[in-house]
Design a protein. Structure first.
Lengths: 421, 920
């Protein structure tokens, strides 16, 4: 009996030991947690951060007026906000009021203008254009030519596509950082729970027009307009549809992102006079003032539709559509280069001509800065003996000559015609 | 074939006709019963001493035996009883009181040398399970009993799909272990896994299971690299009567993975000796349950054979790929597949923005998958039926015509998880055997039924609902929604979430009628037609013969010779093999010889064996074996052996041609694939070698893999024969390992595209076709291990047993994936009693198993598995009047879930009661 009890006890011990051990199994079944950023983000929102900064009060007025607080309070999302400080807003109010509100007016006056007089569409556009739907810290802003296109939260045509956005273009160089051509000022990388804030020295307004609208209406670009129409011979621009073979279409539609160095009429007529003179001489016209006068007359002749030089059958053999197109596209970059993006040492930049002639060296661009502002830009074609200056006047379209910002590009007036060879 | 048949017939006639049939004219009858319990003892051997006449008691313990004259001396014997000699002088009915024996080490094994010998004198390590052990085991299935044997690991793919292996290289459906059922290899010719646990013998028909750990090709032919399991059924001449067993149980009791569900196992066997010449048996078994479930939801980083578990789940990782979640293997980088195109043409104004997404890195996204429980039929059903006719042409020559057929559902893990539905597998055998020879022919007829690859089928179901590619495809919808959300300021996480929700709008919900209809449609379409269905009807044919020449050669040595011919007839209608336009037959033949001689008055027994095999697709292989047994004392032997083994690549490794999605295709190693897929003529690169080595892939000769092992062991009885000790140590060296490697044929022909994809973590399937091809590794690896077991007989029929064993892999080159997949240490402990209490009617068995944590490497998934502890237990009550046993038992008593391979079913507790009638 003793033995049986002993065995029983041992067996019981065995079972207990087994139970203890066997209760330790781990089944590898549950996913290993991964680190997910807090969702929604915790901390102070962009809206609250802007509200808390007294120097942002005028911009905040627009934020409040346009109902954008909800957007900037949304901690599920991430944004970058370019906030014009109050000094910038005062200047904007002064300009927008046609000078009726002096810069030195009390902020209450500026605020009242922003809250009541400024059209709501303009107010909304300004706020939305200065918001990017992602975090762009100063460290991530590009320093390579020309800039980096970040979307704003403006969809210019929601009915066409939910993916359409107007872009803004932050960039930086050793002498500063900009949104488009507007310098960033102290107060950058202000962190909020759902994004980051940079401050700007002026109000960056969204473009609403297309390059073609300026070229088509600017009295000093009638030659450029005529040249484009000549280059487009045989192709058709269908409004609302991008026809990449048709320059007018490219300059008129949403999608392309260009820089146009737009030769003035004077520059065009001077260059054309020379070209026509040489063409006439080649056709047997005598060398001399008579032929030059003929050439000048042909180059400067106009009618109700503008210069006739590109429509004159006599000159078709000289100014063929291909030659004219070659010249026009040589003035257009496939990127949007604001003046502040231009290199300080002469650098060759590819143009649309390179799509046809890939090995072409492009055009040489040189910018001169004073502080964060550009005071001079010159551009030189391969066929030009010397560079031509850009007219520096960044007053917003339609009044300025440089950094004219459009939906599909930026335009700088150039005092010369660039010759590709 | 005809010529072979003629030879066989001549051979048989020669043997049969030379036997003199002796007249018998005096009949002795009697009854044998257990002296302690007074139970009738069936299947007891009753033979005439020094004669050839013998019989077995029937299920009531009765026997009849004809002898020439009286007196005669009868030998009455059975495992578990003391041998009795009875002198019979009259024809009066005998009453034999059979005395139970507690002696150890008395069992006789056949497989170690292909001739019967005491297990104590086996020249190589061997384990044996007899019917009594199965009856008294706590396990619900006799395959589970295997896991308690020293040196054994069992990989559980599902309730009815279990794969035992020894000495490393465990794996679901491992082709390195040969399983022979009554001499028939039960590895399927097409699907390549052994089906012993699925359509093998019914539990009531098991006579014994012998296990040879380690290499054993020298005796059993190619394949036995890591063990040979020989399962023998009960002879109807010996085991007679009607037996049946009903088990009813319950699983999933804690409802952790699925609701509690019943387990049913009914089996029946009926055998009858119609006359001294003719006996037959029939048996059937049905198992029905709701299967264990693969429920590993962890995230898997697919990287060929170097894949690993990683952090994340469906909510946090857009490219989530759950181990047991299917359909989510379809993945792409939406940046390269969709977004870059948007930025390049449709919306150039977004190009810069797109470049900034995910910091410029690939945005890999996988499709939403379905859990295993959503797609695999939970009802596992396994129905087996078998029968055999035994006819004694002469007292010494027995003809056997046997058939085994099984059908059912189960789940298996190969390179993917496979749902084997309504498969039908038959094995049919004709055999002639005598004391000195046997000749048998058998065939395996395989029909995969409605079996399908869970991964491929679910991926295709996703495609059937909504194609992944195209401008309106799932990835395009996902990418555009993601882009739109990001443009609205959404974080990457939120954008991915809304993108998935949008792309999944209308997705058939798991378990819905819509999903079932779609899924059933896809799985019913053959793979060759773009579905997930295997149409595998491959067959195996084999003839084998053996002759023991000892009666002629015993002055010199006991010599045994044998030969076999095997033909695989592959037939998958192009769904698995490259047999859409050609018939694939693979022929293999082999022969062996073994010589055994004793020295120093039987104190040393030496055996030399050699075997030659030739597969038509590979060079012939010779595998030698040398063994010696030294008797150091009575019932104490030391054994030493040198064994070799090899295996020809499986039929799949030779001829598989299976697309598994994402531009990836599994190929065989036959020359056909080199030609068809232009592996040597088109720029093709080995992914594992990139980016370091950009040389074009060189197709090497495809060879058999092999192993050589050296072993020393001891087996002996101590403490008045109450303690049986068995110990071994071995060392093995493997070469020409069969493994797989991934090749890529870049669409452009330029390796730079692949390098670029690798550098940017873009799925390489985006830039070319991927082929998984079998290769021989040039690396040699070494294994060594040891095992130790004790069995101790205590008074009052108590028995203690335990074992501990270890296997290790050495000299593994860096980044070499050997698929060793075996714990370093395992142990089994048990305490049991087969008869105690009033009239010794009570029995019990409690066993505990522990295995160490280990790295499991397999085509399906790699993972470091935690240690496993399990307790099994049973208590039984004998009911002698009705010859019945009632049993209450539990597999995994404490319901501690475990897995023994990543992605395999998670096994919990199974609690059952059983009633067995006339089991012996």
């Amino acid at each position: 009996m003793k033995l049986i009890n002993k065995i029983k006890n041992n067996a019981a011990l065995f079972v207990v030991a087994g139970v203890l051990f066997a209760s330790c199994n781990k089944v590898p079944e549950t996913p290993i947690p991964s680190v997910i950023p807090p969702n929604p983000a915790s901390g102070i929102s962009l809206s609250a951060t802007i509200t808390a900064n007294a120097d942002d009060s005028l911009f905040n007025r627009l934020v409040i007026r346009t109902g954008s607080q909800a957007v900037l309070n949304n901690t599920l999302n991430r944004y970058t906000v370019y906030v014009p400080n109050n000094a910038a807003m005062r200047n904007f109010v002064n300009a927008a009021s046609g000078g009726m509100i002096p810069v030195a007016s009390p902020d209450a006056v500026h605020s009242n203008f922003l809250n009541t007089t400024l059209p709501i569409a303009s107010a909304g556009g300004i706020v939305q254009y200065n918001i990017s739907p992602q975090v762009v810290t100063s460290a991530t802003i590009t320093s390579t030519f020309p800039n980096f296109a970040y979307p704003s939260i403006i969809n210019p045509n929601p009915a066409a596509s939910a993916l359409l956005r107007l872009n803004n273009y932050p960039s930086k160089r050793s002498n500063g950082a900009w949104l488009n051509n507007i310098p960033l000022v102290p107060g950058i990388d202000v962190a909020a729970a759902n994004g980051v804030i940079h401050h700007t020295a002026a109000v960056t307004t969204p473009p609403s027009a297309f390059l073609w609208s300026r070229i088509n209406t600017d009295a000093d670009m009638t030659y450029l307009r005529a040249a484009i129409l000549r280059a487009d011979s045989g192709t058709t621009a269908t409004p609302g549809t991008l026809n990449s073979a048709n320059l007018q279409s490219v300059l008129s539609e949403f999608g392309p992102n260009l820089t146009v160095f737009a030769p003035t009429n004077a520059a065009f007529s001077a260059t054309l006079t020379g070209a026509i003179y040489q063409g006439l001489v080649a056709q047997g016209f005598p060398v001399g003032a008579g032929t030059l006068a003929t050439a000048t007359a042909l180059a400067t002749a106009t009618d109700a539709n503008g210069p006739t030089v590109f429509r004159n059958p006599i000159l078709f053999s000289v100014l063929t559509a291909q030659v004219v197109k070659g010249i026009v596209v040589y003035h257009i970059l496939g990127d949007r280069a604001f003046s502040v993006n231009c290199p300080t040492t002469t650098t060759n930049v590819r143009t649309l001509l390179n799509s046809a002639v890939p090995t072409h060296p492009g055009i040489g661009i040189t910018a001169t800065f004073t502080g964060p502002g550009v005071t001079a830009i010159t551009v030189k074609g391969v066929g030009n003996p010397s560079a031509f200056p850009v007219s520096i006047n960044p007053t917003p379209n339609p009044f300025g000559a440089s950094d004219q910002h459009f939906v599909n590009g930026v335009l700088h007036k150039l005092n010369g015609v660039l010759l590709p060879q | 074939m005809k010529k072979i048949t003629n030879y066989l017939v001549t051979f048989l006639l020669a043997n049969i006709l030379c036997i003199t049939v002796l007249a018998q004219n005096t009949t002795i009858s009697g009854n044998v019963r257990n002296s302690a319990t007074k139970e009738n003892a069936g299947a007891v051997s009753v033979t005439v001493k020094d004669g050839t006449t013998g019989t077995y008691t029937d299920d009531k313990g009765n026997f009849k035996l004809s002898v020439k004259s009286l007196p005669v001396t009868l030998l009455v014997s059975s495992i578990g009883y003391e041998l009795q000699e009875i002198t019979v002088t009259s024809t009066a009915k005998l009453q034999v009181e059979f005395v139970p024996s507690n002696a150890l080490g008395q069992e006789v094994v056949v497989s170690a040398s292909r001739v019967p010998q005491r297990i104590l004198e086996s020249p190589v390590s061997i384990e044996r399970i007899n019917a009594t052990a199965i009856r008294n085991a706590p396990a619900v299935s006799y395959y589970d009993v295997l896991s308690t044997l020293k040196g054994v690991d069992v990989t559980t793919s599902s309730l009815t799909f279990k794969t035992p292996t020894t000495r490393g290289f465990s794996g679901s459906g491992s082709a390195r272990v040969t399983q022979l059922m009554d001499g028939m290899d039960n590895q399927l010719p097409g699907l390549n896994f052994s089906v012993g646990s699925v359509i093998g013998l019914t539990e009531l028909d098991i006579d014994n299971v012998e296990l040879l750990p380690g290499a054993s090709s020298a005796l059993y032919g190619p394949g036995g690299m890591n063990g040979t399991i020989l399962i023998a059924s009960k002879n109807p001449f010996k085991y007679q009567g009607l037996s049946f067993q009903v088990k009813a149980g319950v699983m999933n009791t804690d409802k952790r993975y699925r609701s509690a569900s019943p387990y049913h196992n009914w089996s029946m066997r009926w055998a009858k000796k119609v006359s001294e010449k003719f006996a037959f048996k029939i048996g059937t078994e049905i198992v029905a349950a709701k299967d264990w479930l693969g429920y590993d939801n962890r995230n898997y980083e697919r990287n060929g054979t170097l894949g690993s578990i990683k952090a994340g789940d469906r909510a946090s990782d857009p490219n989530y790929d759950g181990v047991n979640v299917y359909g989510d293997e379809t993945t792409t980088d939406i940046r390269t597949a969709v977004l870059n195109a948007i930025g390049a043409s449709a919306a150039p104004f977004l190009k810069n923005f797109i470049d900034t997404l995910n910091n410029g890195r690939p945005i890999n996204v996988s499709r939403t998958g379905y859990a295993e429980s959503d797609i695999v039929n939970p009802n596992t059903i396994n129905y087996k039926v078998s029968g055999a006719l035994h006819y004694k042409i002469t007292p010494k020559i027995e003809a056997v015509l046997a058939g085994h057929w099984g059908t059912g559902n189960t789940v298996y893990t190969g390179s993917e998880r496979y749902s084997l539905r309504d498969f039908k597998i038959g094995q049919y055998k004709f055999e002639l055997n005598s004391k000195n020879w046997f000749l048998k022919a058998f065939t395996t007829q395989e029909n995969a039924g409605e079996s399908f690859n869970a991964t491929v089928t679910t991926r295709l179901t996703n495609e059937a609902w909504k194609p992944s590619g195209g401008s309106t495809g799932w990835f395009s919808q996902y990418a555009q929604t993601y882009l739109g959300a990001r443009l609205n300021g959404a974080t990457d996480f939120n954008a991915q979430t809304v993108a998935r929700q949008t792309a999944d709008v209308g997705r058939p919900a798991a378990g819905s009628a819509a999903f079932k209809t779609l899924f059933d449609k896809v799985r019913s379409v053959p793979i060759s037609a773009g579905g997930g269905l295997f149409v595998d009807k491959s067959d195996l044919y084999m003839v084998e013969g053996q002759y023991n020449l000892s009666s002629i050669t015993n002055k010199f040595a006991d010599i045994l010779v044998g030969a076999n011919f095997k033909q695989y007839a592959l037939n998958s209608e192009g769904t698995l093999f490259a047999d859409q336009n050609q018939k694939i037959n693979i022929n293999e033949f082999g022969g062996y010889i073994q010589a055994t001689r004793s020295f120093l008055e039987d104190k040393i027994k030496v055996a030399l064996s050699g075997r030659y095999d030739k597969n038509e697709n590979f060079e012939g292989r010779f595998t030698p074996r040398a063994t010696a047994v030294v008797k150091v004392a009575k019932n104490n032997n030391i054994r030493v052996s040198y064994q070799t083994a090899y295996r020809f690549p499986t039929t799949q490794q030779q001829w598989i041609d299976l697309g598994v999605g994402s531009n990836t295709r599994l190929l065989g190693g036959a020359e056909y694939f080199n030609t068809t897929y232009q592996l040597s003529t088109k720029p093709t690169f080995e992914l594992a070698a990139l980016p370091t080595n950009t040389s074009a892939y060189k197709v090497n000769k495809f060879k058999a893999e092999s192993v050589a092992t050296y072993e020393i062991g001891y087996k002996g009885l101590l403490l008045s024969d109450k303690l049986l000790i068995d110990a071994y140590g071995y060392f093995g060296e493997y070469k020409d390992f069969l493994t797989r490697t991934l090749l890529i044929q870049p669409t452009s022909g330029n390796v730079s595209d692949v390098l670029n994809a690798l550098a940017n973590k873009i799925p390489v399937s985006n830039v070319g076709n991927i082929y998984s091809v079998p290769v021989n590794s040039s690396s040699k690896v070494k294994t060594f291990g040891w095992g130790f077991s004790v069995d101790y007989r205590l008074p009052l029929n108590f028995a203690l047993s335990g074992n501990v064993y270890s296997d290790e892999l050495k000299d593994v080159p860096a980044n070499f994936v050997a698929f060793f997949s075996t714990p370093k240490y395992r142990t089994n402990l048990s305490i049991a009693n087969t008869g105690f209490g009033p009239r010794k009617r009570l029995g019990f068995n409690v066993s505990y198993r522990w295995q160490d944590a280990f790295l499991y490497q397999a085509d399906f998934a790699n993972d470091f598995l935690p240690a496993v502890h399990t307790v099994d237990a049973q208590v039984s009550l004998k009911l002698p009047k009705t010859k019945s046993i009632l049993k209450v038992g539990a597999n995994n008593l404490l319901n501690q879930y475990y897995v023994n391979a990543p992605g395999n079913s998670i096994v919990g507790g199974l609690y059952y009661v059983s009633f067995a009638y006339n089991v012996f």
